[in-house]
Design a protein around this ligand. Structure first.
Ligand code: GDP
Ligand code: MG
Length: 163
């Protein structure tokens, strides 16, 4: 792997972006992808998948003791998500800037240009995910793209994917 932490060398970094169930069902994917490409990211890989409870709990393991964990798992399994590897110089920090703060309700006031302001609703339903560090990005990319991604896909989603 040729990638890098952000050190001004001009090398590309990769991060994980997810359009969450509300973003996908609300038909925001095209607009979000347009913003991604206009912001200079390359969408390296993408797939639509339906997470089950176990997948979602593993992905968000760091939050397992939080009071919102059960709701978070319900939310993330409520419909398919679109997972993307985004590539750019300093991709992790640039993608976090683009999505805006966790609370989409507050983002509408403090960061009106952010993606969460555009398509999110509140602190839970914030329509997009972004890795919070270079290390998280590596873990999350491996989680979806190196560990037999077909295991994540339901038959219905696979068909949708192949259309
Ligand atoms: P992120 O890194 O900005 O996505 O935020 P966190 O890592 O802190 O939380 C992960 C996800 O859990 C968020 O994107 C929200 O969907 C959800 N979440 C975070 N905080 C809360 C909360 O206080 N209440 C509820 N219901 N959901 C939350
Ligand atoms: Mg986080």
């Amino acid at each position: 792997l040729r990638c890098c932490s952000s050190n001004g060398s001009g090398e590309k970094e990769r991060t994980l972006g997810i359009i969450k169930p509300d973003g996908l069902s609300g038909n925001y994917s095209d607009r979000i992808k347009q913003v991604i490409l206009e912001s200079g990211f390359n969408i390296n890989k993408e797939m639509v998948i339906q997470l089950d409870e176990e997948n979602a709990a593993n992905f968000y393991a760091e939050h397992s003791s939080k009071p919102f964990f059960t709701n978070l798992i319900k939310y993330m399994t409520s419909g398919p998500v679109l997972v993307m590897i985004l590539e750019k110089e300093d991709a992790v920090i640039h993608w976090r800037e683009l999505i805006g703060p966790t609370d989409a309700g507050k983002a509408k006031i403090t960061h009106p240009q952010s993606l969460r302001a555009m398509c999110g609703v509140d602190i839970e339903k914030n329509c997009v995910h972004g890795s919070d560090s270079h290390q998280s990005a590596q873990r999350e990319i491996a989680f979806f793209f190196k560990e037999a991604p077909s295991a994540f896909k339901t038959e219905a989603v696979r068909k949708h994917d192949e259309l």
